[in-house]
Design a protein around this ligand. Structure first.
Ligand code: KG4
Ligand code: ZN
Length: 346
């Protein structure tokens, strides 16, 4: 007999340019939530948005409308008796692109009504934050923990005293770090999304050669936990304008190093100030191996346990939305309104 708390959650994510549906078996308690992935489908729209150099909201909406029924049918084939098994449906209500969010919400409302199951709204950023729980963890998550959410839309530093209680220490005052990667990629004539392209170009710097351009480390020495990446991006623009012959791999690696330095130093400063025992790194930019390894090493040096989602759960997916929904239920937090909230935060 499954215990009373075991829930099968079907989750839907359409906040940006990935259409995703997942089915998760969720059990355990808030001290040790357990997730088993029954199905997890992500359909990326990168190729569609690439010619425009970024995500076009109305194109994203059109693609989500087209993809959602297809993905749902695929999952229905994968999971025998799917509609009987689902206990509840959850959907990202924000933050994200409003037209894109609404497509997921409308689809989820129709589905929940059809199969007569409750519908719960989920916060996309909580999804990123809890993505690491989808995989088996080597270390025990002890609190306080510092959470660093680094995505295309956000850069947030949190102090967490449990999985359900946190305080925002700081966030970006202008561009998100992922946005800076994307914009610098455009400056360097690299395709969208720029993060992975910058990382690839940075890694092409010959072995033994270090990034040598000293780009600014914005807000590094300020006594707060806010970030700013817009000036760093502009410095890259001016540097290339004034030094057009510079090796682009050196520019990419130097920019990446500046961004990583700021993120790492601020996260470690917070860890020291609040005597943290763990660090959680998450969001699309957490795919960056140099960032991951730098924060892992710096954490281990200080005796902190390091947590980050598996690579496939860093960028947008619906499994993380299912995990966030289960944590939300366990925490007995107030339900989110079932309507698109593009500015929802942590
Ligand atoms: O979390 P995510 O999939 O979407 C948002 O919620 O924003 O993050 C997407 C962001 C993009 O800005 C993308 O360029 C960045 O994550 N990104 C990376 C890497 N992979 C994705 N940034 C740096 N290095 C990467 N390897
Ligand atoms: Zn995201």
């Amino acid at each position: 007999m499954p215990d009373k708390k075991t829930k099968i959650i079907l989750s839907i994510e359409t906040s940006c340019d990935e259409t995703a549906i997942a089915v998760l078996k969720c059990s355990g308690n808030i001290k040790k939530p357990i997730f088993k992935i029954i199905a997890n489908e992500v359909s990326s729209q990168i190729k569609i948005h690439r010619p425009f150099g970024g995500v076009v909201p109305n194109l994203a909406k059109r693609e989500h409308i087209k993809n959602l029924p297809k993905i749902y049918q695929k999952i229905k084939k994968e999971v025998v008796g799917l509609e009987r098994k689902i206990d509840l449906v959850s959907v990202t209500v924000g933050p994200g692109l409003e037209p894109a969010l609404w497509t997921g919400i409308t689809f989820a409302q129709d589905l929940a009504q059809k199969i007569k199951k409750p519908l719960i709204g989920a916060n996309h950023m909580e999804g990123h934050l809890f993505g690491f729980l989808l995989s088996e963890q080597e270390n025990k998550l002890d609190f306080p923990a510092i959470g660093l959410v680094v995505s295309g839309g956000h850069t947030v530093l949190l102090k967490m005293t449990s999985l359900t209680k946190w305080e925002k220490l700081g966030e970006t005052v202008d561009d998100a770090v992922g946005e800076a990667f994307d914009k610098v990629a455009r400056i360097l004539d690299l395709p969208y999304p720029g993060g992975p392209e910058i990382e690839r170009l940075a890694l092409s710097l010959p072995k033994g050669e270090k990034p040598s351009i000293n780009f600014p480390r914005p807000m590094l020495n300020q006594h707060n936990y806010d970030f700013s990446f817009s000036g760093l991006k502009t410095s890259v623009l001016y540097y290339l304008r004034d030094n057009p012959k510079t090796n682009k791999a050196n520019i990419a690696a130097s920019f990446q190093q500046a961004a990583i330095d700021v993120l790492t130093k601020k996260a470690m400063k917070a860890a020291e100030e609040f005597s943290a025992k763990s660090i959680i790194l998450c969001g699309g930019v957490a795919c960056n191996k140099t960032l991951r390894e730098t924060i892992r090493k710096e954490s281990e040096k200080r005796g902190l346990s390091f947590f980050a989602p598996e690579m496939k759960f860093n960028t947008d997916n619906a499994a993380m939305i299912g995990a966030a929904t289960y944590i939300h239920i366990l925490a007995k937090k107030k339900s989110l309104k079932i309507e698109a909230d593009s500015t929802l935060n942590l």
